[in-house]
Design a binder for this molecule. Sequence first.
Ligand code: THU
Length: 162
Amino acid sequence: MKKEQYSFAFEVYDSINDLSKEDGFLLQQAREITKIAYAPYSQFHVGAVARLSNGEIVKGTNLENASFPVSICAERSLLSSTAALFPDSNIDTMAISYHNQNGQSTEPVSPCGMCRQALLEHEKRYNRPIKLILGGSEGKVYVIEKSSLLLPLSFTGDDLRK
Ligand code: THU
């Protein structure tokens, strides 16, 4: 028996002001779009904004449903829009923000497991990493160089051919 270990490094910034101009713009857009998230059941309003390889900016929010499992997260909503609008372009960077029922958030949150799997598929499809920028409506910001770092020992299309 031997033990394997997995770890990864990511950047932590004190605030949006310490990001590059491009990354700061994207996070600000993600903060803004949380205001139109449809989250009447959880009151957890999530916004995701992507910069594509063709320079386009695409936005998404979570979209809830009275039949709770029908709801979709902001990240997968954004992935769907991007695939339909710009199938020939990959996402270079995605910023994700949120606010709670009080309209506040001071800590970054990470994509849920299902969204991590969906982000991984996008990376595989285009063979390009998606950089993630995670932040609340204020406070520190995480920058993760590729979303697949969040999903070690992942299941992919390669496994279907084993
Ligand atoms: N949600 C997202 O939009 N993204 C995530 O990564 C985590 C959760 C949404 C789903 C649901 O509408 C609400 O947040 C509470 O789980």
